[in-house]
Design a protein around this ligand. Structure first.
Ligand SMILES: O=C(CO)[C@H](O)[C@H](O)COP(=O)(O)O
Length: 219
């Protein structure tokens, strides 16, 4: 079974968490693209979606799913998104696709976060995947120096501009023993918009695509 087939299995399994007649929060990435395709198969049964990126919005709209502005809707029952890493406490590193800020916003509004991954994304300790940090462009080098003081090695993701017009630093080599503490600490650096640690608001449900089928954790 290929990695993409495992992503597809997890993406389609997430349909189970979609309640007919509701709005669905939709993340970003190659795993979520499978979920969007699955949503397309039941598009007449849902009200629409709230999207976390221009890329997901375009894919949703291509399939005829209406995309709503988050400011025009109330709470969302469910948010479905992938992750770059997820640990046993359901804390994640996200932002490999540079959509971390909007992802964190839509996730914050949702009652339930359903994380969909292939088996390569589950880890004991977060941090082998470089931690993405979205920064205001004029603050990039200042933020990089502050991140280095925390023990990381920030690398500017050249050529990438986020949907919010900002830049990304990928922080290598961090020892993430306290995900919630580090999430708060990095967010306190002036010029940081968001960092890719989703620990304060982790996942509620984890669907892992494996060669043996989809493994579920949480409820
Ligand atoms: O956080 C993300 C985008 O900002 C993605 O969820 C994460 O990068 C996983 O992507 P993929 O499903 O393509 O492996």
């Amino acid at each position: 079974m290929t990695q993409d087939e495992m992503k597809k299995a997890a993406g389609w399994a997430a349909l189970e968490y979609v309640t007919p007649g509701t709005l669905v929060g939709v993340g970003t990435g190659s795993t979520v693209n499978h979920f969007i395709d699955a949503l397309g198969s039941i598009k007449d049964q849902i009200k629409g979606a709230v999207s976390s990126s221009e890329a997901s919005t375009a894919r949703l709209q291509q399939l005829g799913i209406e995309v709503f502005d988050l400011n025009e809707v109330g709470e969302l029952a469910v948010y479905v998104d992938g992750a770059d890493e997820i640990d046993g406490s359901m804390a994640m590193i996200k932002g490999g696709g540079a959509a971390l800020t909007r992802e964190k916003i839509v996730a914050a509004v949702a009652d339930k976060f359903v994380c969909i991954v292939d088996g390569s994304k589950t880890v004991e300790v977060l941090g082998a995947f470089p931690l993405p940090v979205e920064v205001i462009p004029m603050a990039r080098e200042y933020v990089a120096r502050e991140l280095a003081k925390l023990g990381g090695r920030p690398v500017y993701r050249e050529g990438v501009v986020t949907d919010n017009g900002n830049q990304i630093l990928d922080v290598h080599g961090l020892k993430i023993t306290d995900p919630k503490g580090l999430e708060t600490r990095i967010n306190a650096i002036v010029g940081v918009v968001t960092n890719g640690l989703f620990a304060e608001r982790g996942a509620d449900v984890l669907l892992i695509g494996t060669p043996e089928g989809v493994v579920r954790k949480g409820a």
